[in-house]
Design a protein around this ligand. Structure first.
Ligand code: DAH
Length: 344
């Protein structure tokens, strides 16, 4: 082959005249002029055989040939891409029904929990989140439930393997101990979170569920403060006409202790069923923080008093959304979950 300047001229013409109408043509062009075995490559190899006085000139020409091919390739490619795009747009049938948008939805437990948080944040409670793996002291001892205390049998505990010290918290009351040992009064917190108990799983109970704990410690906190706060909560959650009832009860960490019921009535079949014909639904335990708990956590009971409450989230979610089986809340079946909107 004769590597003359005419030869370069010929390839130059070929590059410019190459007919490219489709992306297939473009690919052929690329293979011929820019691919691994392209026609320009051997010309570089020939530089060494060119007489010295022409070498520089020749080299420059070969190089510019390469960039001409590259430029043409890029230009045509940009043009083809743009045409393809506008063709796709022109082909769009705007009268066709749209693809369904699969929006995510919030889990009913989250909806309920966020609503509870909102209600208490409005009156100045801060959210305290704590660990689910707790030690025995925060979950039980600090909360006035020493080892031999019969109240420990009230809650079937999951202990961590080979440990009597670490456990999955059985209630969010453990957060009370966490907060009281690290913060100074006044304390006004709610603690939402997951808790665990070794219970047989059924339509009505599960081995994992959620609670929201409340704690208010300050000077001169009274039972009347507790009652008004809970009435406010019931009205926000169950409507302006909501009524509450406090029944005397027992918890090791409160004295006096109570259980709170909210009035749903018996008018509908649903409320009759949920309240077992009484009209009342039990939603939380509460009481005045036992002075011994304050002492355990390093707070002076002569100066401070407080109230606490702990409510279950699932039972309220089942009521609110009319769900018949608690297990549905933990099975992550999308057909079930997508039914819930975030508005309640
Ligand atoms: N921790 C209790 C439970 O899980 C609920 C409870 C009762 C929390 C009374 C409280 C309280 O803060 O004052 O059954």
């Amino acid at each position: 082959m004769n590597f003359s300047f005419e030869n370069l001229e010929e390839i130059f013409k070929q590059i410019n005249a190459y007919e490219i109408k489709s992306s297939d043509d473009l690919e052929q062009f690329r293979i011929k002029f820019l691919g691994t075995k392209n026609v320009i490559k051997p010309l570089f190899g020939a530089i060494k055989d060119i007489p010295n006085d022409q070498k520089k000139n020749y080299g420059q020409e070969v190089n510019s040939l390469k960039s001409v091919a590259e430029t043409r390739y890029e230009e045509v490619k940009t043009h083809l891409d743009a045409t393809q795009k506008s063709k796709a747009i022109a082909d769009l049938d705007l009268t066709l029904p749209g693809e369904p948008l699969n929006m995510g939805s919030q889990h009913p437990v989250s909806i309920m929990m966020n609503k509870i948080i909102d209600i208490f944040e409005k009156i100045g409670f801060a959210v305290a989140e704590e660990r689910e793996i707790e030690d025995d002291w925060h979950n039980f001892s600090a909360m006035n439930t020493p080892e031999d205390h019969p109240a420990r049998d009230m809650q079937d505990t999951f202990y961590l393997m080979d440990s009597t010290k670490y456990l999955l918290r059985t209630h969010t009351s453990s957060v009370q101990a966490r907060v009281m040992t690290t913060q100074k009064p006044p304390i006004r917190i709610i603690a939402p979170g997951r808790v665990y108990r070794n219970e047989t799983i059924s339509a009505r109970s599960h081995c994992q569920f959620h609670q929201v704990e409340g704690l208010y410690i300050d000077e001169k906190v009274s039972f009347a403060d507790l009652k008004q706060t809970l009435l406010y909560f019931a009205k926000e959650m169950y409507g302006e006409n909501a009524k509450i009832r406090l029944r005397p009860s027992y918890f090791p960490f409160t004295e006096p202790s109570a259980e709170m019921d909210v009035w749903l009535g018996t008018e509908t079949e649903k409320t009759y069923r949920l309240t077992k014909g009484t009209g009342w639904l039990e939603i939380m335990g509460c009481g005045m923080v036992d002075p011994q708990v304050l002492v355990n956590c390093g707070i002076d009971p002569e100066k401070y008093s407080g109230y606490a409450f702990g409510m279950g989230v699932e039972r309220q979610a089942l009521t609110k959304f009319d769900i018949g089986d608690i297990r549905l809340l933990f099975e992550n079946d999308v057909r079930f979950l997508k039914q819930f909107s975030t508005v309640i």
